[in-house]
Design a protein around this ligand. Structure first.
Ligand SMILES: [Zn+2]
Ligand SMILES: [Zn+2]
Length: 345
């Protein structure tokens, strides 16, 4: 089979590789029908994630069809259409028992990281019963791919950890795929005002179409001054960081109101300066974490009922064999006006 393989920092290729086989009775082999590229894959390619070794197949998102199941798999059989969760979970360990699947003692984020991932014709999913979700026939597979990672990440780490409540004023810093997922899922909780902050005017336009009530363009406007103006100097109830650099975290520290929340969703590679000398008196919470995907069943229901349409995040489509071109487009997202790219097998 073919797979997108990480070779060394800055180098990847679409190469011939052995088809995965059942290694443990709880494994499921899935034939990929649709997958995508994540910002995290770009981080890996830069060499920011040293746990990823040369030869690793990348990718942790996708949908497919069950090809083969291990002897202990009870919920799936060959031919079933499935959604692959970016987080693998045994469902039995202490952390899984409290739905903290991100920290499963035999799972967590391992796909396309510690084991071969989904940017391939076939993938082995450990603990298939708990790490895959059945998808109904006729479902919008492109929209479903957004449920592997970005939608649960936006909802769990941005919206739920940030404790977004009806009527709140919230600010999302970063209008990339995950920031947009925060924007879509925050609307479940009816915040009064949603301010999207980004440098790219095209992304801000899209954010307004997706439900942002206000936008601030970094580079031409001062986001802190504008937020203070909008909120009578109070700041926002929830400041959600969806970029992963010190300057955007800093904006969050400056715009959070007393009693508010800073929810960090971005993947950081450098330390940030915590302004505890300003924040200690403000009764705020700061949260961060890795998605557990425990909200996936709920997101599947909202998708089915039409409450949310993450399919609109898809801007580009390629054949799976054109994945190197897809990386080019996704890696130059601003120039290409790309949000999410879909690879069709
Ligand atoms: Zn991801
Ligand atoms: Zn577990």
């Amino acid at each position: 089979m073919k797979a997108l393989v990480y070779q060394e920092p800055g180098k990847k290729d679409w190469v011939e590789k052995d088809k995965p086989v059942i290694e443990k009775p709880t494994d499921v082999i899935v034939k990929i029908t649709r997958t995508t590229i994540c910002g995290t894959d770009l981080h890996i390619l830069k060499g920011d994630v040293p746990a990823v070794k040369p030869g690793r197949t990348l990718g942790h998102e996708g949908v497919g069809v069950v090809e083969e199941v291990g002897a202990a798999v009870a919920n799936f059989k060959p031919g079933d259409a499935v959604l692959i969760s970016c987080v693998t979970s045994c469902g039995k360990c202490a952390n899984c028992k409290r739905q903290l699947y991100a920290h499963c003692s035999d799972g967590g984020w391992i796909l396309g990281h510690l084991i071969d991932g989904t940017q391939a014709e076939y993938v082995r999913i450990p603990h298939g019963d708990n790490s895959l979700y059945p998808i109904p026939e006729g479902a919008d597979e492109e929209a479903l791919v957004m449920l592997s990672d970005i939608m649960p990440t936006g909802l769990e780490i941005g919206v739920q950890y940030g404790n977004v409540k009806p009527g709140d004023t919230i600010a999302i810093i970063g209008a990339g795929p995950v920031g947009m997922s925060v924007l879509l899922t925050a609307q479940f909780y009816s915040p009064g005002r949603i301010v999207m902050i980004d440098m790219d005017p095209a992304r801000l336009d899209l954010a307004r179409q997706f439900g942002a009530t206000d936008t601030i363009r970094v580079g031409t406007e001062d986001p802190v001054a504008r937020i203070m103006e909008m909120t009578d100097g109070q700041g926002v109830d929830v400041a959600i960081e969806a970029v992963g650099v010190p300057s955007t975290f800093d904006i969050c520290q400056k715009i959070v109101s007393a009693g508010g929340n800073i929810a960090n969703v971005g993947v950081h590679g450098k330390p940030v300066e915590l302004h505890i000398e300003e924040l200690w008196i403000k009764n705020i919470n700061i949260s961060m974490g890795l998605v557990s995907t425990n909200t996936t069943p709920m997101l599947l229901k909202t998708l089915r009922s039409g409450k949310v349409d993450p399919g609109k995040l898809v801007t580009h489509r390629f054949k799976l064999g054109e994945i190197l071109d897809a990386y080019e487009v996704f890696g130059n997202a601003a120039r290409e006006r790309a949000m999410k790219v879909i690879l069709n097998a």
